[in-house]
Design a protein around this ligand. Structure first.
Ligand SMILES: NC(=O)c1ccc[n+]([C@@H]2O[C@H](COP(=O)([O-])OP(=O)(O)OC[C@H]3O[C@@H](n4cnc5c(N)ncnc54)[C@H](OP(=O)(O)O)[C@@H]3O)[C@@H](O)[C@H]2O)c1
Length: 346
């Protein structure tokens, strides 16, 4: 395994991070335990979860993934070997079951969410506490363009940062991160932290994969100059970059077969781009999924590539991508497809 130090922190994260959002829905607790045991054996130390998981998010399963991780941490007694990252949900019409639809990023909600996460995770501290998505109206989860809100009712970033400062002071959280954030949002959080001495964001967890490199147009510059690091999520575009859904195929039990409403990786040009990436991999003698993961691993802004797996075979293959260096010709061919179909799945 390779490791990346997060600038201005004493945290080091494994280049492959373990995504957890299938546990408690697609995967049982027993399967999750097997994944965690194996990942840790392979040197994967960053585990990423969220109060909201598993997905799809439902009232009946809310918090279940954290509970599974908590049970594992307790049974294995290895809390100190893990960099534990979780997230507080922001407001969403799709998450009416979280704090009765009022999950604004204000002090009270953050306190309540953190306490509940700590209880479920059976620990007294979170290494990286992330804001799952902004409190503001910004393009999210597949929407492309910003449209200014008529009336801005978002919780001011100042108020959120004050709340984070308060929980940091109690020792329950070591560092903080953003997620699904924009360049303006990231800069605003960093600027205010600098001016007022509030906690400084260490990471930004955004989607990053061959079908969505929007991070590279604005955020990568922010990350470079501001010592922020990317935790790349959905590196396989929900599994689509393996090629297994091409030509209308719907493999039994796979995420998009089970929940067709996950439409983010099915937009215009997605299929054509995926077919081209799969062709590049096949012609280079690579597994398409491995090529897609190795692409993410090789990007300089990426501190950790958050993989997801529903089987042990997928987990083994995905972790092994850390050993694959893409030849220059493969990278050039990838860039040509990217120019032809830029970011079909933002
Ligand atoms: N911050 C956020 O808003 C956000 C959003 C999404 C994810 N995340 C984080 O990122 C993690 C990973 O996200 P993700 O699960 O969407 O990642 P992904 O790599 O895009 O998709 C993973 C899924 O693809 C399929 N798959 C994995 N390896 C495969 C392989 N080698 N061949 C074929 N299919 C394969 C599996 O699903 P099937 O077996 O069902 O096909 C697996 O669950 C999450 O667990 C979470 O921690 C964060």
């Amino acid at each position: 395994m390779l490791y990346r130090k997060l600038p201005r922190t004493d945290l080091e994260v494994s280049l492959i991070g373990l995504g957890t959002m299938t546990w408690g829905e697609q995967n049982s607790q027993e399967e999750a335990f097997e994944q965690m045991d194996y990942a840790l054996e392979q040197g994967v130390t960053l585990f990423d979860t969220a109060e909201m998981y598993p997905v799809p998010s439902r009232a009946e399963t809310y918090g279940r993934t954290e509970s599974i991780i908590g049970a594992w941490l307790e049974s294995r007694g290895n809390r100190d070997k893990i960099v534990l990252a979780t997230k507080v949900a922001g407001p969403s019409v799709h998450a009416k079951h979280i704090r009765e639809g009022q999950s604004r990023l204000n002090r009270n909600n953050i306190e309540v969410a953190l306490d509940a996460s700590l209880r479920r995770l059976r620990t007294d501290r979170i290494d990286l506490y992330q804001l799952h998505w902004p409190d503001r109206a910004v393009p999210l989860f597949g929407s492309r363009d910003y449209s200014p809100p008529g009336r801005d009712e978002s919780v001011p970033i100042e108020e959120t940062l004050e709340a984070l400062e308060a929980i940091h002071d109690t020792g329950r959280v070591r560092y903080f991160g953003l997620s699904n954030e924009t360049p303006w949002g990231a800069m605003r959080f960093l600027r205010l932290a600098e001016e007022r001495g509030w906690p400084r964001m260490a990471t930004i967890q955004n989607a990053y994969n061959l079908l969505n490199r929007t991070f590279d147009s604005g955020l990568s510059e922010v990350c470079h100059h501001e010592d922020l690091r990317l935790l790349a999520y959905s590196p396989l575009g929900f599994g689509t970059l393996s090629g297994k859904y091409l030509d209308g195929a719907r493999p039994d039990g796979a995420r998009i077969t089970r929940w067709n409403r996950f439409s983010r990786y099915q937009g215009p040009n997605a299929e054509a781009a995926i077919a081209d990436y799969v062709k590049i991999a096949n012609e280079a003698g690579l597994e398409p999924a491995q090529m897609a993961l190795a692409f993410v691993n090789g990007r300089s802004s990426v501190a950790s590539n958050l993989i997801g797996a529903t089987t042990m075979q997928q987990l083994r293959d995905n972790i092994a991508s850390v050993d694959l260096q893409l030849p220059g010709e493969v990278r050039r061919r990838i860039d040509r497809v990217h120019s032809r179909y830029p970011n079909p799945c933002p």
